[in-house]
Ligand binder design. Sequence first.
Ligand SMILES: C[S@@+](CC[C@H](N)C(=O)[O-])C[C@H]1O[C@@H](n2cnc3c(N)ncnc32)[C@H](O)[C@@H]1O
Ligand SMILES: [Zn+2]
Length: 133
Amino acid sequence: MKKTQADKVRVGRSSAGLGLYASQEFKKGDLIIEYTGETISTAEADRRGGKYLFELNDKKTIDGKGRDNIARYINHSCRPNCYPELNASETRVFIYAKRKITVGEELTYDYGKDYFEIMLKPMGCRCQKCTAK
Ligand SMILES: C[S@@+](CC[C@H](N)C(=O)[O-])C[C@H]1O[C@@H](n2cnc3c(N)ncnc32)[C@H](O)[C@@H]1O
Ligand SMILES: [Zn+2]
């Protein structure tokens, strides 16, 4: 039987608000989920602002605030277990497993320098690496 998104991941509480968790095991390189939303100009994204913007390139950005974009719950980590990759035409974003991921692990990727410096650093990063004592 074909797996649905709900079989693969679930939303839950994390150290950084809500987060996305693995409901199944993933192998390194497995496609986990697509980051979806409205594609807008980066100028429009600058006007809108918000925490769910994913910049595709210097011209286009995906505004992932829509409720059906479950990938919007994936938090940033400085030691992530996932990574985002664009398709060749830089119109879509897919999130892959960076290593083996076990059931119950929180899914994270590196948001990149710009997002980190502007949105996360001022409040302090709450990823596992940065909060470990
Ligand atoms: C794409 S959303 C991720 C889902 C978010 N936690 C939520 O509850 O909707 C990005 C926002 O989550 C929070 N966030 C994600 N990763 C974080 C981190 N490592 N440390 C602190 N806040 C983080 C920040 O507020 C950031 O702007
Ligand atoms: Zn961190």
